[in-house]
Design a protein around this ligand. Sequence first.
Ligand SMILES: [Zn+2]
Length: 372
Amino acid sequence: MTQQYSIPTLLPPRLAHELSIVRQAGQCSRSDLHRQMDCRKNTIGQDVATLIQMGLLREGALHVKPRGRPSVHLEIDPQQRHVLGLSITPGQVNCERYNLLGQAMGTAKNVSASDPSTLIPTARKLLKKMITPQTLFTGLAIPGTLDLSDRKILFSSAWPDGKQVSLKPLDKVTDGLLAIDNLTNALATRWLLEHATWPKNDHLIIFISDGMLGATLLVDGHPLKGCVVSSNELGHTRLPVRTPLCYCGQEGCLERIFSTPYYKQLGGKGKLTTALTKHEHCEALGQMTEHLAMGLSNAVNFCRPTHVTLMTDLPAIEPYMDHLIQQIRNRLLREFANRVQMHLWTEPQPQPAANGAALALAHLYFPNVSDS
Ligand SMILES: [Zn+2]
């Protein structure tokens, strides 16, 4: 029987919660922390000392109040420690350092690797170069289906030959301080870091890009995972249409439907990404959108979440995405359509390594989310 793989926890839950409160507030005093945490003042004082000593918090400017003693405000230390974000996508490995506020530190390494068998060795080499004693943790985002207990990729668009790939060489080089997740779960984690403190809602987050489509379901704020992680592979939900063959071995997968090759097969001209920015939709795009809306509305009707967010990294397609949301809404069960809240999130920082960094940061700030 395989054991569920567990990665070391960076901080005890109370310290992670305190750190998360400071991150959300931007700046706060020890008294503010005491008011929000259910523990004694002395405990807060000791915790803050530990977090400062670890290089995670620092003392900011002195705040002078109209009455009472001036207080020292605490803030996340953006200089001393960092996390590494690693991303493996078809033909590309990206690695970058991010400070604890999630800001890139200007050290991006992007390497093309057209031979899939060189992707893991390339990632390993990059990590060796980028890891320093100040590195807290590393996060790796990969598209496809992963077996985290055995630390391997079962199938992924980055390895179109369908072979399983071991991720253990990357565990070794990071001393096991490596959080790995499916790309869509990593994107959902970025959404959580940017939008929520201790998220509680049931939320379906769907990511779409040219030739890529995935979804993750947050139940009570936690990404829903099994021992095999494929983040609810919505991209491989199939419709009875003839598309180019998917790397999963089938035709008609939603992520093949929303792709330039299928758009061209339907008679579309130029790139799908360009057609999406146009005001008028051609017939090919209309047909494609119809299939896509059908597949996505099936998922929404089935899960019935409180919130649905459509995410994309494609620039300048907000009007198209609004149209798609309307098309999905039109196909929802009537009672449910009145109460589901639908949102759009255009990915603000398309550097792929940011997705890996989000996994590492979530491990620091939301250990309950990243360990679920
Ligand atoms: Zn497929």
